[in-house]
Design a protein around this ligand. Structure first.
Ligand code: FAD
Length: 318
């Protein structure tokens, strides 16, 4: 089932959903599935599964050579999607990246997803691979998510790469894209970022999921500007409960967002992470209540490997 149909079928009732991250290389799937199982009580109709390509740092050695150290590679997105579908009967939403792939590899990947009966994809460019500061596409890959949206939209019309035959069987993916209430960090200003978001929708994206934010006003303003710009697709707020004191600094740095002063003040007086976590949970509950009252179609939680605080929030909110 498509995300847009899930939203339509909910008839205005807010939907609970989550994003999970594949385990690090060599870890087992069991931990991930056990971790999210308690959240099934809140009946998520879909679960996003992120995709992470290999990243590395270069360390100069005394002999002048450079050692390449792989720092992050979390394969397994497709397998996890399949497991989620079979174990929980929930629609998985694999993230599909521009970075690290040629368009041919992407086509093959999408064909696999289609064969598996996966109806939804979240299309993303991907971050610059460490140690670089700027994004570099793979040769014959894409520089922007909008180009990949166009490829999926073409496949949905039965138009594949390098095929003359136009009578090929089409896929039928519902396509999500990312939106940034606090602006994407590379965009010179909000207006430009907005134009490119609009481009992703014009090329065929069906819904938007936002980067996490802690100040609902940022989301409300973002939605308002989208509507003024003629973007009429559902805009799903992405939420992450703050869970340690350190995250006050870490999350703004990684995700390019601002922490509201009231939250900063409340966390700063905490004596330990347990207290900070409780403040984070309560803050998120308030955010959820306000978002639901304002008609947000879905509350989408970034688990980042932790599900127990999200269960506490969902218990209060759903
Ligand atoms: P784009 O929409 O391509 O935009 C990237 C930048 O380029 C923006 O600054 C935009 O303004 C600009 N731009 C867009 N089009 C053009 C154009 N035609 N000309 C000039 N500039 C342009 N990363 C992962 O690696 N794996 C994941 O699973 C993952 N999941 C995510 C899920 C969500 C909900 C979000 C919000 C982010 C996720 N990310 C993930 C991070 C994402 O890959 C980064 O934020 C990335 O830097 C931008 O991706 P995008 O799809 O928004 O890029």
């Amino acid at each position: 089932t498509k995300i847009t149909d899930h939203i339509r079928n909910a008839n205005g009732k807010p939907i609970f959903s989550i994003e999970v991250i594949p385990p690090v290389k060599g870890d087992t799937l069991k931990n991930l599935l056990d971790n999210i199982e308690p959240l099934m009580e809140f009946k998520p109709p879909f679960i996003d599964v992120t995709y992470h390509r290999e990243e590395y740092i270069e360390r100069p050695l005394p002999d002048g050579t450079i050692q390449k150290i792989v720092t992050r590679k979390r394969p397994g997105t497709v397998g996890i999607c399949s497991a989620i579908m079979h174990k929980f009967g929930v629609d998985p939403v694999p993230h599909v990246l521009c970075g690290g792939f040629t368009r041919e590899e992407t086509e093959d990947f999408l064909i696999d997803l289609h064969y598996l009966g996966i109806d939804n994809v979240l299309v993303l460019r991907g971050d610059p691979a460490k140690p670089f500061n700027t994004f570099k596409p793979k040769e014959n890959g894409y520089s922007y998510a909008s180009e990949l949206v166009e490829q999926v939209a073409n496949m949905n019309k039965g138009v594949y790469l390098h095929e003359e035959d136009t009578a090929l069987s089409p896929s039928d993916f519902c396509v999500g894209v990312a939106g940034y209430p606090e602006k994407h960090f590379e965009a010179a200003d909000h207006e430009i970022d907005f134009q490119y978001l609009k481009q992703k929708i014009d090329k065929g994206a069906d819904y938007i999921v936002t980067q996490m934010f802690f100040d609902n006003q940022k989301y409300f303003t973002f939605v308002e500007k989208c509507r003024q710009a003629g973007i009429n697709v559902p805009i799903i707020p992405g939420l992450k409960p703050l869970s340690t004191r350190k995250q006050l600094q870490v999350l703004p740095r990684i995700f390019h967002l601002q922490m509201p002063q009231d939250l900063v003040t409340a966390v700063e007086v905490c004596e330990n992470d347990q207290q900070a976590r409780q403040v984070g949970i309560e803050w998120c509950i308030q955010q959820c209540r306000e978002l639901i009252a304002a008609g947000a179609p879905v509350l989408h939680f970034y688990t980042m490997g932790k599900a127990d605080n999200i269960a506490k929030i969902a218990k209060e909110v759903f």
